[in-house]
Design a protein around this ligand. Structure first.
Ligand code: ITT
Length: 191
């Protein structure tokens, strides 16, 4: 089976490809000849994920999936959450986003946070969603050079390493994206 992956994030493509096995094949937007900035106009991961998959489905008429992810920090009432990609402002870097998170968390003793991923799948014109959550702790400074986004400041429960200190297989043992993706695979195996 082939599914178009509605994302412009190279890191997501790499992580998902590393988990694929022989369940299905991914077609990237680039491979599908689509060059658009997919809209994310909503206030929830669920609505944004749906917006992305529906947009690409309407353009390709092919089965496809998208995912929307965010870092939810307990002491910040769930921020940056759905706004994780642009926490420090539009067109700011991941480094700026991390700096903002560290600064907002200065002096806070409750460092609990979670990453959450919502996958939206469109299969034969019907939409299905799958969620993956990874709970953990936010550090006060960066550690590690791998991964992307907020990886250098997040230690998942059950590990002493940040996501940025793990290789992709190590991150997949814990990650929100891997958990959501496992559900997607299990679903596809029964359809
Ligand atoms: P799309 O094209 O798929 O929309 P995006 O980068 O805009 O790609 P999101 O809207 O889902 O993706 O934004 C999620 C942001 O949250 C992302 O830019 C990172 O800053 C952060 N993030 C998501 N997953 C992460 C992970 O596994 N590790 C670290 N940070 C992550």
């Amino acid at each position: 089976m082939k599914l178009v992956f509605a994302t412009n994030n190279e890191n997501k493509i790499k992580e998902i490809r590393s988990m694929l096995g022989d369940t299905f094949e991914i077609i990237t937007l680039q491979e599908a000849g689509i060059d658009i900035d997919i809209p994310e106009p909503h206030d929830t991961l669920e609505e944004n994920a749906r917006e992305k998959s529906v947009t690409i489905h309407n353009m390709t008429q092919q089965n496809c999936f998208s995912e929307d992810s965010g870092l939810e920090i307990l002491a910040l009432n769930g921020a940056p959450g759905v706004y994780s990609a642009r926490y420090a402002g539009e067109h700011k870097s991941s480094e700026d986003n991390i700096d903002k998170a560290l600064s907002e968390m200065k002096g806070k003793t409750d460092r609990r946070a979670q990453f959450r991923t919502v996958i939206s799948l469109i299969l034969e014109n019907k939409e299905y969603q799958f969620e993956g959550i990874c709970t953990g702790t936010l550090l006060t400074e960066r550690r590690g050079g791998k991964g992307f986004g907020y990886d250098p400041i997040f230690v998942p429960d059950g590990s002493d390493l940040t996501f940025a200190e793990m290789d992709m297989a190590g991150k997949n043992v814990f990650s929100h994206r891997a958990k959501a993706f496992q559900q997607l695979i299990a679903f596809l195996k029964t359809h």
